[in-house]
Design a protein around this ligand. Structure first.
Ligand code: MCA
Ligand code: AMP
Length: 502
């Protein structure tokens, strides 16, 4: 690949000029302003150097213009963007910053207290977003698109979260595939209500919008009432969310007066497409949303490591409970336990190949190697093909939980819970839930004479784990069900939560 190429996203933005790009609590910004601000940030980050040469820059800003400008600034300076989550407690942030071997930490003043202390602890330079203000003189490096661009952290079936490394080419491939499949144009206007440290919010919504020259209105956090209000007030054309968000929007609609319900339903008529993903969309939610808005939500399937792989069609029938067919430039197949492809009507693990598939797990060559088989990435998800379309059946591992669209590792939560002085032993499982998809459930064996309520556990847990990882169901048990090898049988354990709840 020639090393003289400009990042394609930046080259395209230059063409979009004065079109509005981002609307957020900070104001409305066009593409020129985004380019100018990101250039200024890049030059300040470079501080006289030619190229950041893939240095990792960990950053945390509220959702909005600052985020996009900073991410682009890091890319334009030749760095790797490591976006952090707003809700993560200090211990998790410290892990992400040190695991990525970041060379500096950048934060908005809102997060200064937390992050300055972590940076000091790790002996790293700390910079406030408002300090990235050098005069925009100087030149920026040429970026080879095969270079690393971003590290996003994802939970796995072993140990702590792993950094998923995507190159500029991976990101371009992910975006181009979706822009083509879902017909994005510069006339689109999307409402952004998702976190900006995961693929769904970063790639599917923000980067696709900016690639297309569209407008992206970013809310600082998801609020169902505010979202409905924006649906009514704005000329939106697109909406993308996780199933839990659709459930919460339906709950607000149900609580409205008949006049309000009519207004909300009508507001959705101007949209051309509404998408769901990150977790299975219950068929009942699909049907309720259709009854309220007239829209058949388009469900698609993806993963941090691969971007999006499968999607229902933009035009044509969207089969309830299915995720459609392979997206442009993405190869998908199903394999049996021996790694052999299976035919239609037989369930198998989803494997994916193509330019959108990530480069590596950051500094984990063994785990990277183990996740690929003859060039195919093994997702750990199980599906079946019926009448040519894919239906997700579940996951191979019971140690991965999807709650509100967030992926969490049961093992990581267990490790933290075991450090509680009242907990002798524990096991964590995903409990099916109509609102959250799954909830985090913990079965606890307590030390003798100890007691622990759910409220006490949650207060303690939120200081150590992101809030969505902290169990919302607890059962106190005398023993955990185990197989003859002594391993906890999690499928059996799930049933404990149907009987006892605390
Ligand atoms: C918050 N709570 C939760 C969760 N989140 N409980 C269970 N599961 C959760 N996920 C708890 C909080 O601790 C709090 O409890 C109470 O619920 C209300 O929290 P609140 O913050 O008000 O909830 P919310 O703001 O309404 O959040 C719901 C949400 C959020 C908007 C659905 O979970 C969300 O933004 N999810 C999207 C995640 C996402 O983008 N995933 C994409 C990953 P208490 O009152 O006790 O404090 S990328 C991916 O999956 C691939 C690539 C793909 O295919 O897209
Ligand atoms: P993440 O690691 O956060 O990127 O989450 C990716 C995982 O989300 C996939 O491996 C699937 O288990 C799940 N997922 C994403 N989209 C869907 C969907 N439409 N239906 C079922 N599961 C999904």
């Amino acid at each position: 690949m020639a090393s003289s190429e400009k990042i394609a996203l930046i080259a395209r933005a230059e063409e979009h000029g004065f079109r509005p790009a981002i609307i957020s609590s900070e104001g409305t910004y066009n593409y020129r302003q985004l380019l100018e601000r990101s250039r200024q940030i890049a030059l300040t980050l470079l501080d006289g150097r030619e190229d950041l040469k893939e240095e990792r820059v960990a950053f945390l800003t509220p959702r909005g213009f600052d985020y996009a400008a900073l991410q682009w600034g890091i890319w334009r300076a030749g760095g790797i963007a490591v976006p952090l989550g707003e809700m993560h407690p200090v211990s998790e942030l410290e892990y992400l910053i040190s695991d990525s071997a970041a060379s500096m930490v950048v934060a908005h003043p809102e997060f200064e207290a937390k992050l300055r202390a972590i940076a000091r602890n790790l002996s790293l330079p700390f910079v406030l977003t408002e300090e990235l203000l050098s005069p925009s003189q100087g030149s920026l490096p040429k970026i080879d698109p095969a270079r690393r661009a971003m590290i996003l952290y994802t939970s796995g079936t072993t140990g702590k979260a792993k950094g998923v490394v995507s190159t500029h080419l991976n990101i371009q491939a992910q975006v181009k595939s979706l822009v083509e499949a879902w017909g994005w144009t510069s006339e689109d206007y999307i409402l952004h209500v998702l976190p900006l440290h995961h693929v769904h919010g970063i790639i599917n919504v923000l980067t696709c919008a900016l690639w297309a020259g569209a407008r992206c209105e970013i809310l600082p956090r998801f609020d169902p009432l505010e979202t409905w209000q924006k649906f009514v007030e704005r000329d939106l054309t697109l909406f993308m969310a996780v199933p839990t968000i659709y459930v919460k929007l339906i709950a607000v609609w149900e609580g409205g007066t008949p006049q309000e319900q009519e207004l909300m339903g009508k507001a959705c008529q101007k949209f051309r497409l509404m998408v769901s993903g990150s977790a299975a969309l219950p068929v009942s939610v699909l049907a309720e949303w259709k009854a309220i808005t007239g829209h058949t939500i388009l469900e698609r399937y993806g993963m941090t490591e691969i971007g999006m792989a499968l999607s229902n069609p933009l035009y044509g029938e969207r089969a309830p409970g299915s995720v459609g067919t392979a997206l442009p430039q993405v190869e998908v197949r199903l394999v049996d336990d021996g790694g052999n492809p299976v035919g239609p009507g037989v369930s198998g693990e989803i494997q994916v190949k193509g330019p959108s598939v990530f480069l590596e797990y950051w500094q984990r060559p063994e785990e990277t190697r183990a996740s690929f088989h003859q060039g195919w990435f093994s997702t750990g998800d199980v599906a079946i093909v019926e009448k040519g379309i894919y239906r997700i059946l579940g996951r191979k591992s019971t140690d991965i939980i999807k709650t509100g669209g967030y992926k969490v590792s049961a093992l990581e939560i267990e490790e933290v819970l075991r450090s509680h002085p009242a907990i002798k032993e524990c096991a964590v499982v995903g409990i099916e839930d109509p609102e959250w998809g799954e909830r985090v459930g913990a079965a606890l064996i307590l030390e003798s004479g100890e007691d622990l309520t759910l409220a006490e556990l949650r207060t303690w847990g939120k200081r150590r784990l992101a809030p969505y990882k902290v169990p919302t169901r607890v059962v106190i048990v005398d023993d955990l069900p185990r197989n003859p090898l002594g391993k906890v049988t999690k499928l059996l354990l799930k049933k404990y939560f149907e009987i006892t709840q605390r």
